[in-house]
Design a protein around this ligand. Structure first.
Ligand code: NAP
Length: 292
């Protein structure tokens, strides 16, 4: 049973919309499991109100915030400091309270990394296809470049955005291994090679569960492992197509789990135990009606 008193610390999420978020399950479960007097609440912040929201949170002694769509870039101008990796990615999803204001971090990239490690998915030396060139795709591309992928191809419907993302990631990571393509660009890649594919578009997201950004079976024959950042539904069309072609595939709920764990660790200056991580993940799956 949740107890709120004069010592309760508040953390929250700002975004638009926030109504379907699973993040409260992560943080409130952890706080309860650890016996920490902390509550996590989503706040629906409308366009044009981000600065006021961040200033208001600071004035109200809020310990930390998560930031979701569409404010991960905009929030940077409201911060007192920014972590080096978040600055290079150009997006912030976690605010950590300091003396003068909030410092921004990007736990999407580190969360994706921890999720991939937990599934034994290798980045170093791999050739990787990233579908999409939005904020999540850029974080994924940056992570892959930083962790030693031999080649990263960013494939996007709007090729100019893929080009901009590839240039930015190459410059910021100093890796030089990222190349941009249109969404059909895979057709020009060698047919006998197998790739790790990271699905970072919003295509296939509930309720459009029959959609995938690429439907061509030829693409999926080149994929040994598919990682979809989408977690609603828990088996996307992209994942089904990867499996039908003989590859392994994963949904994005573990990325969500680990980005939350990292945020919680930053806010509280602790390291969450593996046992508690598994406990939280079970609760998240329960909340989403996922049985596997
Ligand atoms: P975003 O910045 O809005 O980018 C959306 C991307 O999807 C763009 O590359 C866009 O291509 C592409 N796209 C959208 N509609 C399309 C269509 N009909 N056909 C082809 N491409 C299309 O979004 P984001 O923040 O990067 O998020 C992307 C996905 O990752 C979302 O589904 C989000 O839920 C998921 N995500 C998951 C986690 C997690 O923790 N698991 C964390 C962050 C994000 P154009 O450039 O051509 O418009």
């Amino acid at each position: 049973m949740l107890q709120v008193d004069g010592h309760t610390r508040l953390c929250g999420l700002i975004g638009d919309p926030v109504e379907h978020t699973v993040s409260p399950v992560i943080h409130n479960t952890l706080a309860q499991k650890e016996g920490r007097n902390l509550v996590y609440v989503p706040f629906h912040v409308e366009a044009g109100q981000v600065k006021k929201a961040v200033e208001g949170a600071f004035a109200l002694n809020v310990l930390g915030m998560n930031v979701t769509v569409p404010y991960k870039r905009e929030v940077i101008s409201c911060l007192d400091g920014i972590d080096g990796i978040a600055e290079k990615i150009g997006a912030v999803n976690t605010l950590v309270r300091t003396k003068q204001g909030y410092k921004g971090y990007n736990t999407d990239a580190t969360g994706l990394y921890r999720a991939m490690i937990s599934e034994n998915i290798k980045i170093e030396g791999e050739e990787i296809l990233i579908l999409g060139a939005g904020g999540a795709a850029r974080a994924a591309a940056f992570l892959c470049a930083l962790k030693g992928a031999s080649k990263v191809y960013i494939l996007n419907r709007t090729k100019e955005k893929a080009q901009m993302a590839a240039e930015e990631v190459n410059r910021q990571s100093e890796a030089g291994c990222v190349e941009a393509m249109g969404i059909d660009g895979y057709k020009n890649l060698p047919k006998d090679k197998k790739y790790l594919a990271i699905q970072a578009t919003s295509v296939g997201l509930f309720p459009n569960t029959e959609d995938a950004v690429i439907l061509d079976k030829e693409f999926y024959r080149r994929v040994h492992t598919g990682f979809d950042l989408i977690y609603r539904p828990s088996c996307t069309q992209f994942m089904k197509l990867v499996r039908e072609a003989g590859g392994k595939s994963y949904h994005g709920l573990k990325m969500l789990l680990y980005q939350g764990i990292e945020a919680y660790e930053l806010w509280n200056g602790i390291s969450v135990s593996q046992e508690d991580i598994l406990f939280v993940y079970a609760r998240m799956k329960e909340a989403m009606g996922i049985e596997e």
